[in-house]
Design a binder for this molecule. Structure first.
Ligand code: NCD
Length: 323
């Protein structure tokens, strides 16, 4: 990938492999790059806990462009930029932008990059981030492209596994719920194939993991199992990654109603799980995890949220050549 323009810094300013790069897919990450980002994210945690903020990205501006709803991804990117001393142009309500007047994605991107140094984009269409990045002269970060990918979420998910369980190799990881439309499980699976892990995919038939993702798992020689019954596997897994049924992706609401509450993680299910395991969820949850589980130390979803900010701080610093 060509290195994009990042202010006046020379292109070889930072030799971290991220400087001036777009972040579009987890396919860009090998183990070396993952280690690097996790190391920087760890430093970001220390920085925030000790000082709250720093001036690493002072003078830099992020354009945060969201064509789909978001709470965590959008506000954690904003918080990341602000904590590193940068500024943000937040466009969370595209209905109030010129998009409503019919402006195309490329034109919107060209506009924002005239003002900003880096762009974060969430869009309902698969491949939108890659398209936008082709037009952008500045680095662009994919914050979710429809049912495609959500690379920064997968990075924070993996970082949480490393922080909580101290390793990734030899873990058995179950993904539960909407594996068809859930972009976070697509990205996380494709990241996890870099490690020696076993997968269990738990979903109703109509929400099964897409073949192209299963193909990657097969190709990389991983053991995996497909089932509809979470009770069958709960006692045996180290990570239970729960997802929301993605209502907004269904055209047939009767079909959504049939599968919406198929899996609920409650105290009774947790009683059957290992003592040393974690329950993850990208959030928002609807009914998939009962509130009683929040008190269980194995509930990792609020830690995931917090880790998201450290990972996004690390990514912003890295692509802007300051990590
Ligand atoms: C996820 C997403 O947008 O894909 N949310 C998030 O970014 N944390 C999951 C979801 O919406 O269910």
């Amino acid at each position: 990938m060509a290195t994009k323009r990042v202010g006046n810094l020379p292109a070889d300013y930072a030799n971290n492999g991220f400087y001036g790069q777009d972040i579009l897919s987890v396919n860009q990450f090998d183990k070396g790059k993952l280690d690097y980002i996790f190391r920087v994210a760890h430093e970001m945690r220390v920085l925030v806990e000790r000082f709250g903020s720093a001036d690493l990205l002072q003078g830099k501006i992020l354009a945060n462009l969201f064509y789909e709803p978001s709470t965590r991804t959008s506000s954690s990117f904003m918080a990341s930029m602000l904590r590193l001393g940068g500024q943000v142009i937040p466009i969370n309500n595209v209905q109030y932008s010129s998009v409503t007047k019919g402006e195309s994605l490329p034109d919107t991107i060209r506009t924002l990059e005239s003002y900003a140094d880096v762009i974060v984009l969430r869009h309902p269409e698969v491949g939108a981030a890659a398209t936008a990045a082709r037009y952008a002269q500045k680095p662009l970060i994919n914050a979710g492209d429809g049912v495609g990918e959500h690379p920064t979420q997968a990075l924070l998910d993996l970082f949480t596994i490393v922080e909580d369980l101290g390793k990734v190799d030899t873990l058995k990881i179950a993904m539960v719920g909407d594996l068809k439309y859930g972009r976070t499980v697509h990205s996380l699976t494709k990241l996890l194939v870099n490690y020696d892990v076993e997968f269990v995919f738990v979903s109703p038939d109509i929400l099964a993991m897409p073949d192209d993702v299963l193909e990657v798992v097969r190709e990389r020689g991983h053991k995996f199992r497909v089932t509809q019954d979470v009770h069958e596997v709960i006692g045996d897994v180290d990570v239970l990654y729960v997802t929301r049924v993605q209502k907004e992706r269904f055209s047939d609401m009767a079909q959504y109603d049939r599968v919406r509450d198929q899996y609920v993680v409650d105290e009774a299910l947790m009683a059957k799980a290992k003592r040393e395991m974690i329950v993850m969820h990208p959030l928002p949850r609807v009914n998939e995890i009962s509130y009683a589980v929040d008190e269980d130390p194995r509930a990792a979803y609020f830690r995931q949220m917090r880790n998201g900010m450290y990972i996004r701080m690390a990514l912003l610093a890295a692509v802007l050549g300051k990590a």
